[in-house]
Design a protein around this ligand. Structure first.
Ligand code: UT7
Length: 403
């Protein structure tokens, strides 16, 4: 591959060259949740494997979390943000309905030339966005694509609903996907499915065109995530295994050859059941659901970055990302790892304290659910880091619209 920017030329391979993640500092423990709903640490741990999850600070947004993870992935890839041609953000908790969160990330990371859009496939968003990046690069259209999964779920949870509020947390995970002149490696097999039978199993009823937001929809709590846990659980255990097997078979691999699975972190029992279904030992399943809970589209990206940084992945390893989520969607990618894991150290150059800033006039809306604020304030928390990378809302955003 050669020529101006490498555009229009089909690369020999498409590889992950950078990775990074960011999780907000504040921790919400099971003990905190015991103060909010009728639950217990013992129930949450034994039924889900979750011990704690992270909660974004009031000044943080999905775009700020995404920007920090994205900047870390770009640093690990050894690139300048301006070299990114396309930014994809998988999220179901965007900053706004419009513009896209990817557009906000583009400004936040200091890139003036990339195309940017969001990928909406719920918890499968990161895997779908990764497949999209691979296809764009393979076609010769782009050279470097920044793929981010980012969520700020704690602002869409009803902290009086024990079925959902114990499960989810905030965070972001990212990779840079790049064209390469070298043969082999990278994405070897892919599977994506969508089963609309599950459309109303995990959903957020109001705020869209079918049920626009109103005082009545808010009164009914329809702006919060709802979930049929048992149905979702059943679907998840089946589809994670079948999607992973399809991707592995498309790669021409035997399941026994896989070195590490990076599954969506929704529930430890789901991960154990998938391991059993695939006849794999749990040693081959990367798990961090205990520390982050379910971070939806961010989950696989955070897990991948940690797996590499914790020394669980080496050059030549066969790894499988696999996710499922609302829709129902599922996605699996069989990937041969090519990047030097030691490059992960470069992420340390991107400090979160230098990558977020309070949006202008933020006082006009308090984004934190009141019940959550009460329990967190009860316990104190880390100081809030502020700086000026992520742009705030302009003054005119808060002007009253004339009647
Ligand atoms: O990214 C995709 C998102 N979603 C998922 O992956 C979720 C998939 N589903 C699950 O992970 C599980 O279904 C849950 C963790 C949500 C629930 O676990 P479960 O083992 O399916 O529990 P269950 O709904 O069958 O409830 C068992 C009992 C019930 O009480 P009774 O009827 O047996 O007296 C529930 O009312 O546990 C009760 N319960 C709770 N108790 C304490 C339900 N939630 C809680 C809670 N704390 N938070």
């Amino acid at each position: 591959m050669s020529g101006k920017d490498g555009r229009g030329l089909v690369p020999r391979s498409v590889r992950i060259t950078g990775w990074g993640h960011y999780a907000p500092e504040r921790v919400l423990t099971n003990a905190d949740l015991e103060k909010l709903v009728d639950t217990s640490d013992d129930w949450i741990r034994s039924r889900t494997g979750i011990r704690e999850r992270r909660v974004a600070a009031p000044h943080e947004t999905t775009a700020t979390l995404a920007a920090i993870a994205g900047k870390r992935a770009i640093a690990v890839a050894g690139l300048d943000p301006q070299e990114i041609d396309l930014i994809l953000v998988g999220t179901l908790t965007p900053d706004y309905w419009m513009p896209s969160t990817a557009a906000l990330v583009k400004e936040a990371i200091g890139n003036t030339r990339a195309a940017a859009f969001d990928v909406m496939a719920a918890c499968s968003g990161f895997v779908y966005a990764y497949a999209t990046a691979d296809a764009y690069i393979r076609s010769g259209m782009y050279r470097h694509v920044l793929v981010i999964g980012a969520e700020l779920l704690t602002r869409f949870l009803d902290f009086s609903d024990r079925n959902t509020c114990i499960l989810f947390g905030d965070g972001a995970g990212a990779v840079v996907v790049s064209a390469s002149d070298e043969e082999g490696g990278g994405l070897a097999g892919m599977e994506m499915t969508t089963d609309p039978d599950g459309a109303y199993m995990i959903w957020l009823p109001s705020g869209g065109s079918k049920s626009p937001p109103s005082a009545e929809t808010v009164r009914r709590g329809e702006h919060y995530v709802r979930m049929e846990g048992k149905e979702t659980y059943r679907y998840a255990t089946k589809t994670l295994a079948t999607s992973a097997l399809t991707a592995i078979s498309r790669a021409g691999w035997d399941p026994a050859e896989v070195d590490l699975f990076i599954p969506h972190q929704a529930n430890i029992r789901i991960i154990e059941s998938v391991a059993k279904g695939l006849d794999m030992s749990m040693d081959k399943m990367f798990v961090n659901v205990d520390r982050y809970g379910n971070t939806s589209a961010a989950s696989v990206g955070i897990a991948l970055a940690e797996a590499v940084d914790f020394g669980r992945v080496k050059v030549g390893d066969k790894i499988v990302f696999v996710a499922f989520g609302a829709g129902f969607t599922s996605g699996a990618a069989a990937v041969e790892w090519t990047a030097d894991p030691a490059n992960g150290r470069r992420a340390a150059s991107v400090a979160p304290a230098a990558s977020v800033r309070a949006p202008v006039d933020w006082d006009s809306v308090d984004p934190m659910p009141a019940r959550l604020t009460a329990v967190l304030n009860d316990r104190g928390g880390p100081p809030v880091p502020l700086d000026d990378v992520v742009p705030g809302e302009p003054e005119h955003a808060h002007r009253k619209v004339p009647a």
